[in-house]
Design a protein around this ligand. Sequence first.
Ligand code: FAD
Length: 477
Amino acid sequence: MTATKTWNREEFWGLGYDFDPQWLLTPAQQKLQAALINVCASVLRPNAVESDRELIYPRKNFEALASLGLLSLFVPKEWGGLGENHTFAAMVVETIARYGCPSTAMCYTMHLGAVAAALFRCHDNPELQQLLKRLDQDVLIGTLSYSDPETGSHFWYPVSSKAERVASGWQVSKKASWTTSAGFADWYIVQTTSPEFDGNYADLSCFLIYSDEIKAEPHKWDALGLRGNQSGTLHVDGVTVPFERMVGPKGDGTASNDEIVDPFFLLCSSACWNGIAMGAIDIAKRHVTRKKHVDVGMRVADYPTIQDYFGEAIIDTNACRSFTFSMGKLMDELTDHCDWSIHKDLAALPRSAYLPWYWQIKFAAAKNVAHVCDKMLHACGGSGFKKDMEIERYLRDGKAGWVMGPTNEVLRQFVGKYALLGMESLDYWNQSVNERVLHNEVKKLDADGKRKLAESLLAQAAEEEAKPAKTLVSSSV
Ligand SMILES: Cc1cc2nc3c(=O)[nH]c(=O)nc-3n(C[C@H](O)[C@H](O)[C@H](O)COP(=O)(O)OP(=O)(O)OC[C@H]3O[C@@H](n4cnc5c(N)ncnc54)[C@H](O)[C@@H]3O)c2cc1C
């Protein structure tokens, strides 16, 4: 707790460790965190400016992270990784976003999600094991490609994708509207509907795809913030991959989403938003403690209004950080500190029982970051509006939090709907009929309207019966 935070060998100009929950980290983790802050100062932060201005993918930052072993943060020690846990992963993402480069923090979040998805189902898969052993040595960046152009932020609903069994493996077709690191990553975990898809969109499968098997359009990427993130389109155009490139068994997509993709993405992306909020507070502290108003003989930091801004921003952000880290701790407890061997049992899905909690941490962190960056810009006055101070970049980067799927509108409704109507009411794959709505609408029709509707429904039913068997929807409210 008493250690001094350094920045290029001098005392750090932002908030010290006394405002960080250092008690959550072991001494070894604290040491690695300090080393990472130094790498942020010397490498990641200067590159962040370049990435933002020139839309440059932060591969150089990944090389620096690999030099600390961080690409294989979750990989077991016996495979050359750090064998680290969820709490530390959240701290690493937060640290990269706060002191280094938010775009890199988001690309790294997606990398960790892809690594976790691979570790989850690597036990009888030599292809995945080989890949996981080479992450740092060969700087092999991974990412998750889920969002579909036809279904927006409902990333669990890949209508423009499919996979088919052919003689030599799986023929995979995937269209993604957004993929962080698209065209720059070395490997991708993509989700499609399962081979032998029968119309049930809950039947999803995951595949490992390498960079030479995708088509990306990075030249089309230009965005408000996280500009180094390069979250562009991705197309896997009917590529045939060997059988071992299916990640997990056929139809494992829902389990993979609930146990891995959602928990890891929501934990690490929340840490990213919290890191951006802390980064903005640090930058603003540097400014307000240095800028003087000669007429009144005071620094900007001496005004009580400014002190109030900081007090509230720190309290709100530390509430979000504590919430996020508490979910990291929970995931550590559920999995004996991220022991991947528990997943040799395919039915072991301990993280997934707490999905509504992961939704809540992301909502809170993404809401907070926009507010805090805005207030820190206000605290810095017109100076904060200029690019050289970097607050405006943090503000733009933080804006991605609310809109990234699951969006905050969706999360807020998931939590409220689940609380009021139960989990099954969420109906991810549009399968349950809402009979209240149905009956209410039918009630509005006169006899003729009802007859016409009945005739049209009978014709549809006859058409469906003539087609091959398809999964029937359940009828519930
Ligand atoms: C920087 C960045 C990086 C990204 N990286 C990745 C990535 O690596 N991989 C990946 O798969 N995807 C990624 N995405 C995509 C992201 O997850 C979302 O899919 C995307 O932001 C959705 O944008 P959209 O325009 O399709 O929004 P839409 O889904 O069209 O949303 C438009 C509006 O409708 C609201 N809305 C949508 N559905 C509902 C609903 N059911 N109820 C109420 N309101 C609703 C939304 O909240 C929003 O306000 C990234 C996005 C960003 C911004």
